[in-house]
Write a protein of this length. Structure first.
Length: 222
């Protein structure tokens, strides 16, 4: 795979980034475009995402690709949710009929994760900052996906015995150590499967990005 990095300065103007995206849209050597988020405050993220050719949107953030995911007829899946699904698939655990609780409702993880679980016939609940009795809601889950961005937020008393726990969070503590949204030490004692941070979902996200890029290249040959 050919990979080009464009590391722009923090004070880059919005129109300059749009121009770069449009240049890459027209470059036949480039099959996938990924803009690292978040962007500096002077740049409208939505405008940049919308500028990416949907066929080259290997993050699957463009509204056209989001809509395809919604109806289940997609070319690409968002990399992190796709990685979560692949991890569960590798355990051999059946998703159909299971109760899945997703903590977090972001466009990047929470919402698309819910859609992918629904496509696999799970019963899905999305929790967020306004959820009442969060602990009780999470406790009934067969599968927990934590993507809330708060270190060690999910504790053992919130998790049902034998649940599958996927930790999407990545946080840096005061001592500079990385940790997830799940208190790994305590939750690992009750979960049947649990992902570590780092080294769990992160590598899967990268693998799914590579898969999406390959898919994008194949689509240009059709």
């Amino acid at each position: 795979m050919l990979s080009r990095e464009y590391a722009l300065s923090e004070d880059t103007k919005e129109e300059d980034l749009v121009a770069l995206v449009e240049k890459l849209n027209k470059d036949d050597e480039i099959h996938g475009i990924l803009v690292q988020l978040p962007l500096p405050k002077q740049i409208d993220e939505e405008k940049i995402i919308n500028a990416i050719d949907p066929k080259k949107d290997v993050d699957a953030f463009h509204p056209a690709n989001v809509g395809k995911i919604m109806i289940g007829n997609f070319d690409y899946l968002p990399c992190t949710p796709a990685g979560v699904m692949e991890l569960i698939k590798e355990t051999g655990i059946e998703i159909e009929g299971k109760e899945c609780v997703i903590i977090g409702r972001s466009n990047i993880v929470g919402k698309p994760q819910a859609m992918l679980m629904l496509h696999k016939n799970a019963t899905v609940t999305i929790c967020h900052s306004r959820t009442k009795d969060l602990k009780e809601v999470v406790k009934r889950a067969d599968i927990v996906v934590a993507a809330v961005g708060r270190p060690n937020f999910v504790t053992a008393d919130m998790v049902k015995e034998g649940a599958v726990v996927i930790d999407v969070g990545i946080n840096r503590l005061e001592n500079k150590k990385l940790c997830g949204d799940v208190d790994f030490e305590s939750v690992s004692k009750v979960a049947s499967y649990i992902t570590p941070v780092p080294g769990g979902v992160g590598p899967m996200t990268i693998a799914m990005l590579m898969q999406n890029t390959l898919t994008a290249a194949k689509l240009t040959l059709k």
